[in-house]
Ligand binder design. Structure first.
Ligand code: IMP
Length: 211
């Protein structure tokens, strides 16, 4: 579906995601562009699917049909145990349409404080006694080729939500997401380390194995 020397469009304006995909595809000789660099007008995309996979397919199909390029879409988010899986597919707009990462992180900490729950025992056992909840990042990827052929894959990673942000790397909820195996937050990892452990990295390895 895509070979060395070809260009892959990723259906995102999130430069954090683009950086991760660029690092992953560079060794394969595939150039990655995102919607900030796409010459064609991209129609507004309404992400009204019920699952990450539904939304990834919506984004990949619309962008590929508008540009004629093979397009990779990621739909991803954070599912927090103490919040019954929220924010889930609403992760990007948790604090409202156009919310910043800081707004979303602040809302997450407010919502967790409002639960009044005590930190889970498993967090203390893992080395983060002040963690507020166990959580999971999920990524669904869809690669859509002109003509309609698709490949899909999902990945996830488990960790804990800290009460205060740590680290400058990554994006989104990374500064609050602590990984027991590293003893660091996602925002304290390099891009290479994050790709090796993250939900998107796992989904991508599965997708590449299916090409
Ligand atoms: P999407 O662009 O509609 O898939 O929204 C994804 C949202 O989920 C982002 O805006 C972040 O809030 C969150 N998210 C997804 N992946 C990550 C990640 O790797 N780190 C931190 N937050 C993430």
């Amino acid at each position: 579906m895509i070979r060395a020397g070809e260009t892959l469009l990723v259906a995102t304006r999130n430069r954090g995601k683009t950086n991760e995909f660029r690092a992953a595809f560079a060794p394969l000789g595939i150039e990655v562009r995102d919607l900030n660099e796409a010459p064609e007008a991209i129609p507004d995309i309404v992400e009204d699917g019920e699952t990450f996979a539904d939304n990834a397919l919506i984004k990949a199909r619309i962008v590929s049909e508008a540009t004629g390029l093979p397009t990779l879409a990621d739909d991803s988010g954070l599912c927090v145990d103490a919040l019954g899986g929220a924010p889930g597919v609403y992760s990007a707009r948790y604090a409202g349409a156009g919310a910043s990462d800081a707004d979303n992180n602040a809302k997450l900490l407010r919502e967790l404080a409002a639960t009044g729950l005590t930190p889970p025992d498993e967090a203390a056992a893992a080395g983060a006694p002040d963690a507020l909840s166990a959580a999971r990042f999920v990524s669904a990827l869809v690669l859509y080729a002109p003509g309609g052929e698709t490949k899909t894959a999902e990945g996830d990673v488990r960790g804990f939500i800290l009460p205060t942000p740590r680290g400058e790397g990554g994006f989104g909820y990374d500064p609050l997401f602590w990984l027991p195996n590293y003893g660091r937050t996602m925002a304290e990892l390099s891009t290479e380390e994050k790709n090796a452990v993250s939900h998107r990295g796992e989904a991508l390895r599965r997708l590449l194995a299916r090409l």
